[in-house]
Design a protein around this ligand. Sequence first.
Ligand SMILES: Cc1ncc(COP(=O)(O)O)c(C=O)c1O
Length: 239
Amino acid sequence: MAELEKCLQEAQAQRFRIIVTDGVFSMDGNVAPMDRICDLAEKYDALVMVDESHSAGVVGPRGRGVAELFGLYGRIDIHTGTLGKSFGGAVGGFTTGRQEIIDMLRQRSRPYLFSNSLPPMICAAGIELFKILDESDELHDRQQENVAYFREKMLAAGFDIKPTQSAICAVMLYDAPLSQRFAAEMAKEGIFVTGFYYPVVPKGQARIRVQLSAAHSREQLDKAIAAFIKVGKSLGVLK
Ligand SMILES: Cc1ncc(COP(=O)(O)O)c(C=O)c1O
């Protein structure tokens, strides 16, 4: 935040300033301090844009993203998000925010004007999904329960998992070749997980990233946890 404040001070001579941030950072699952970002934006007259790809549908009491989590409705100018994560589709995304910005994007954004846009059925499925989420919190609540369940069992088994307020559980291994071996062994157990290492994460911060969804049943979670424990023991990660 100190660095951001310095940048905003340096940009005071410009006509416009905009702070662009992820709502949830995708490798650790940590949430951006949006309240402090909005305070700085107001102090230094900057717009705020947040990528809610990992927070929409997940973060906040009803999964409305970081604006809901921090009670910032009306203080964030632009939200972007994907339909390809918690919303379950494979493709597509959205931008929402202040009306004047949306009006401008309808004239200026490439998918509207110059490129092939999203297929209509993807848009229709996306719109339907927002309706489903508006009608019931069941999917959101189940997703949160699944994260809590997985984390609790994995921590009890002895794994090192980063704190998260999102769907992302980073199972820390700290060693790049080990993360690849671990993912390959998990595949043999019927579990698809991805090992991430430098330069996607800092050196020495290799991990397996797991994302929990509402579609995971308790049996599937138990199977994944059992596989983690089996592979963790065989590779010496767990005692
Ligand atoms: C923060 C963030 N924004 C956007 C994306 C990309 O979403 P899409 O695949 O829909 O372009 C990702 C994906 O991995 C992401 O982590």
